[in-house]
Design a protein around this ligand. Structure first.
Ligand code: CA
Length: 230
């Protein structure tokens, strides 16, 4: 029998926890919950989850701190942030702290469950196609989820950073549309915006490029999308 995937919900609003727990259990997931940040990190340490749903506003720590702590425990675990704030600045900060995806409250439980499924499908793929490649002076290791620029310390890559780099690498030299990226990397049942992609590109350029403002590898194709040059 296939072991159930464990989803950790860190959220202090009981009705949201209940709704999500029911829906995820109905889908065949095992659900563990915590109503505060410290407790959530503790649960993650004891029972490493396959994915985390993390509220931004918690009573003891904020979601960003929790996210960083969870990333220290497991650099690869997919983390979806639940936030009542929709301002772009918050999203960018959340992505910097290592979240993979966002939903803004109020959200539909059905949509969130679909995103969890999509993110886990992609996470499953990673063990079967292990490889690394170089981009100028940077070596990307898809298996280890790291990037290392010559003479510098290796940096970890989040789940979607790896997926986005992998997708661009598979099509290196060819312009790839934002729509294609959304469909192939995030999956059609998830619904991030074009802006999400652009935020990820900004983060990746900081890790890949010698001068992120004058990229040599991850190029913008105006009005269309991006192109990777190896
Ligand atoms: Ca809250």
């Amino acid at each position: 029998m296939e072991t159930k995937k464990t989803i950790l919900i860190i959220e202090d609003e009981p009705h949201i926890v209940l709704g999500l727990k029911d829906a995820l259990e109905f889908e065949g997931f095992r659900v563990v919950t915590a109503e505060a940040g410290r407790e959530g990190c503790q649960v993650a340490r004891q029972e490493p989850p396959n994915a985390v749903l993390l509220d931004l506003m918690l009573p003891d720590m904020n979601g960003y701190q929790v996210c960083e702590e969870l990333r220290r425990l497991d650099p690869f675990v997919p983390i979806i942030m639940l936030t009542a704030r929709s301002a772009e600045a918050d999203k960018i900060r959340g992505l910097d702290s290592g979240a993979d995806d966002y939903v803004t409250k109020p959200f539909s439980v059905g949509e969130l469950v679909a995103r969890v499924r999509a993110i886990l499908r992609r996470a499953n793929r990673k063990s079967s196609d292990a490889f690394e490649f170089t981009l100028g002076e940077a070596t990307v290791n898809i298996t280890a989820h790291t990037i290392q620029r010559k003479g510098e310390k290796a940096e970890s890559l989040s789940f979607y950073e790896v997926e986005l780099l992998r997708f661009l690498f598979e099509r290196a030299g060819t312009p790839v549309s934002r729509e294609d990226i959304l469909n192939r990397v995030w999956g059609i049942d998830a619904s991030p915006t074009n802006r999400t992609i652009d935020n990820f590109i900004v983060k990746l350029r900081k890790k890949v490029e010698k001068s992120p403002n004058q990229p040599e590898h991850i190029l913008t194709v105006y009005g269309f999308g991006y192109k990777l040059v190896t």
